[in-house]
Design a protein around this ligand. Sequence first.
Ligand code: GLA
Length: 381
Amino acid sequence: MNKKLVKEVKKSFKSHFKTKPLIIFSPGRINLIGEHTDYNEGLVFPAAINKGIVFAIQKNNSKKSNIYALNKEEMHKFSLNAITPFKKASWQNYILGVVAEIQKKGIVLENFNAVFAGNIPSGAGMSSSAALENSVVFGLNSLFELGFSKKEMILISQNAEHNYAGVKCGIMDQYASMFGKKQSALLLDCRTIKSNTFKIDFKDYKLLLINTNVKHELSESAYNDRREVCEKVSRLLKINALRDATKADLDFIKSNISEEDYQKCLYIIQENERVHLFSKAIKDNNNAALGKYLYQSHNGLSKQYKVSCKELDFLVDSTKENPNILGARMMGGGFGGCTINLILKSEVKKFKKEISKLYQKEFNKECSIYSVKLSKGTRKV
Ligand code: GLA
């Protein structure tokens, strides 16, 4: 968590609203492995990080609610009686969506003031949206003593994303952001919504994120399209979700589906298996195997599931001849955002210089490089 950010949010709240707020920190997340498996009721392996959203909230005894987005310097005033989605792709929807989902449960909220700011690079695939949704639901839950469990809160956040942001996401981001643990990753079963905590220590190696600084258009519709393919094939197989399918099952119906859809579903089955293998390699301290699975995951995401892009592929390919990097892959929904790399700690500085130069030369734009700490989930400050 960033103390400076907390200070800034407090200051801004005081200057706008003159009262003392409740303050929530809600983190973004990384994902070690298990991409697009969450909405197939499969396994994922995310962790909350030390970057996130600081959200300040207080009741205001008035007829309207006010939210100030400090980073954007935008104020939004709205009435609790008439909540509808705001403009497409606007920050307001993550907040309005959460409020609407709470109201759907028959709860009557009072008006409030809020200020928020964040330090998760947007579009980086580190779930700034889940962090914001969780901060809002956690804030409202605390302020109005709504009595929601953490699990209920993440389902509210997820529905806000579905119904107000229009992305039919799985539960990984909201879960990781809410339940994250210090220095740990969570092996999450997205069917039971229960996780096992793994302390993460890669010894001489560390995780490094490289942001392509691109976010390709259509990433949302492409995401929803992928989900539809998985659901369509599940129906054909007469199962609840691809989590229950084997390659043999898929081969059995191969002639009824397109080669593209076959490859997408095969990817999901293989990626789910890789999460198992990855968690075993962590237990065995087998860093070399971890690296191998990262590369395999990327290959599947790029060639079979088709959610990568040239910038991500370039960053991953550029690591392949480097003996100090065990593995790399794109992270998150895809079509831009970051790669996650497992790299020898002593070589980070040198690699940063090299990759920045290469990326600049290839795309005539900068990449950004981050180290993150695995951290606790959504909480009061
Ligand atoms: C986005 C979604 C998640 C998950 C990932 C891909 O981050 O919000 O639910 O599907 O993409 O693994």
